[in-house]
Design a protein around this ligand. Structure first.
Ligand SMILES: [Cu+2]
Length: 521
């Protein structure tokens, strides 16, 4: 991949100065977008600095790590997680970690009552993965990390109880561990996650952080220049699934959810669409609200950048300009998701957030519809007849017909004479109900039984949906329109196959959107 090659070339040029920081969580290869669900150091020029004081509270989740962030990422049972480490928090230059930084890596987890509120310090931590020195290839873990472009990959233990966790990737750089005084450098951070699982096990033995490793531990004083093998044990034994206690899993995420009707995110910040307006005062007020939110976004942006804030700010400029031009109907480009691609949200997060919306704010749909003049049989083109916003051009064509979504003819009942799907497809005259693939029909026309089929994406007309996920028809219709328009407008739908039904699969392509990714601060 292009970026990979670049990283090697430039990393070789910039020796010495830059350290590293964990910025981005990937769930089953889906990019959650930089800073999202991650407790980040909030001082940009210190963000990549190591933790040197092993007794410091910073050892738990890094600088500013006792403070939670607003988002909690939902992960499936036995998920593959990747943690991206970068030399420059804002990705302004490539590189994972300086080549001099040799040492082991590990990943710890801690079960918590609240992933947002928990301060991370203290007991409850256990280790799920580690890698130190590979004698066969003569490589330290950090050297493998460099070759892997900064990605540290683990699988979450399958029997781990459902619920909230902090998950903590850790690197130890030993290049100054032999100095006097010794200077072992820990690089670590935490992601806030909800493990969506009915499993019930937790490790019996846990450790305290700080406290799990003393400054006198031979593993942190190891001389990598004159090594005496083997490398000593660092921290507790791995949790291997046995030696566990049984607990009651938490079966539904209620905190840290991204509202399904967001229009833009930046790390853990998001914005919903502005309320509709049609008067001069309404327009001015919307402009003010919009710019207030812009400030809020910039002020809360972690060192990973503020590209989402700039997208929102551009929208505010459009609102203001329209007001000044005497066009008082808005907001422009209503409900259009502003980001160039799915990173920034995840299917699972949106799925749960929909549930949350429905449970907590039953009037959401009413607030979203333009008014009494728009009946529920609203056609796709109606929403595009909006005021001419700053950039309402190619992506706004009423081309919903090009999207292969079966449009059921009735809002509640099943069409008559449905055939049970034999090929896994649903729609038209085929239902998933009773099929071997599962009873639920996803919006992309596939039968299944997982949340991707039965929850947020579910089409009730072609199978069974979990009861609480049945939307007002108009709302579901609007959402389908929007998500497809978003992908199609940027050419994602075809080239990247985002509709595969396995989550947002944008990890690689993400790198190729520089104006969005390489935001700077
Ligand atoms: Cu360093």
């Amino acid at each position: 991949m292009r970026i990979l090659t670049l990283s090697y070339a430039l990393a070789a040029l910039q020796m010495g100065t830059a350290h590293t920081v964990f910025t981005t969580l990937f769930i089953n290869d889906a990019n959650q977008s930089p800073g999202t669900c991650v407790r980040m150091p909030m001082t940009p020029n210190k963000a990549t600095f190591p933790i040197n004081d092993l007794k410091s509270d910073d050892m738990a989740c890094g600088y500013n790590g006792t403070a939670g962030v607003a988002r909690v990422c939902s992960i499936p049972q036995a998920a593959k997680l990747d943690f991206l480490f970068v030399e420059y928090a804002d990705n302004s230059q490539p590189g994972a970690i300086d080549t001099s930084h040799k040492g082991p890596c590990a990943v710890y987890m801690k079960r918590v009552e609240s992933a947002i509120q928990d301060k991370a310090i203290g007991d409850g931590w256990f280790k799920i993965w580690e890698d130190a020195y590979d004698a066969v290839t003569s490589q330290w873990c950090t050297e493998k990390l460099m070759k892997n472009n900064g990605m540290l990959s683990v699988k979450v233990p399958e029997n781990l109880a459902g619920g909230y966790y902090l998950i903590r990737p850790e690197l130890l750089a030993l290049h100054q561990a032999d100095k006097s005084p010794p200077n072992p450098q820990f690089y670590l951070g935490c992601a806030q996650i909800f493990l969506n699982s009915t499993a019930t096990s937790l490790p019996m033995d846990t450790v305290k952080i700080p406290g799990y490793v003393e400054p006198t531990n031979p593993a942190v004083l190891f001389n990598i220049y004159i090594p005496k093998w083997p490398y000593p044990a660092l921290g507790p034994a791995l949790y291997n699934g046995s030696n566990s206690v049984e607990v009651k899993p938490i079966n539904r995420q209620t905190e840290g959810l991204l509202p399904y009707n967001f229009v833009v995110t930046n790390a853990n910040w998001w914005a919903l669409e502005l309320d509709p307006y049609s008067t001069s005062d309404g327009c001015k007020n919307a402009s003010k609200v919009c710019f207030d939110l812009t400030s809020q976004c910039y002020n809360s942006a972690p060192p990973t950048g503020s590209s989402g804030c700039r997208l929102w700010e551009a929208k505010c400029n459009g609102v203001r300009d329209a007001c000044n031009a005497g066009n008082f109907n808005g907001p422009p480009q209503k409900n259009k998701v502003l980001m160039p691609g799915p990173p920034g949200s995840t299917k699972s997060a949106r799925y749960f957030s929909v549930l949350d919306e429905i449970l907590t704010t039953p009037s959401t749909t009413a607030a979203q519809t333009p008014g009494p003049s728009s009946p529920s049989s609203q056609t796709p083109s109606t929403t595009t007849a909006q005021t001419p916003g700053p950039s309402s051009s190619s992506t706004q064509t009423p081309s919903t017909t090009a999207v292969p979504i079966p449009e059921p003819s009735s809002s509640t009942s099943q069409p008559p004479a449905m055939k049970v799907s034999l090929d896994g497809h649903c729609g038209g005259a085929q239902t998933c109900k009773g099929s071997a693939f599962g009873d639920c029909c996803s919006k992309h026309g596939w039968c299944g039984k997982a949340v991707e089929y039965c929850g947020y994406n579910c089409l009730a007309d072609y199978g069974t949906c979990l009861g609480q996920y049945k939307f007002a028809r108009e709302d579901a219709h609007r959402r389908r329109q929007r998500s497809h328009g978003w992908a199609r407008g940027h050419g994602w739908a075809r080239s990247n196959g985002w509709a595969k039904g396995h989550g947002w699969e944008f990890a690689n392509e993400w790198e190729d959107v520089p104006e969005w990714e390489n935001g700077g601060f």
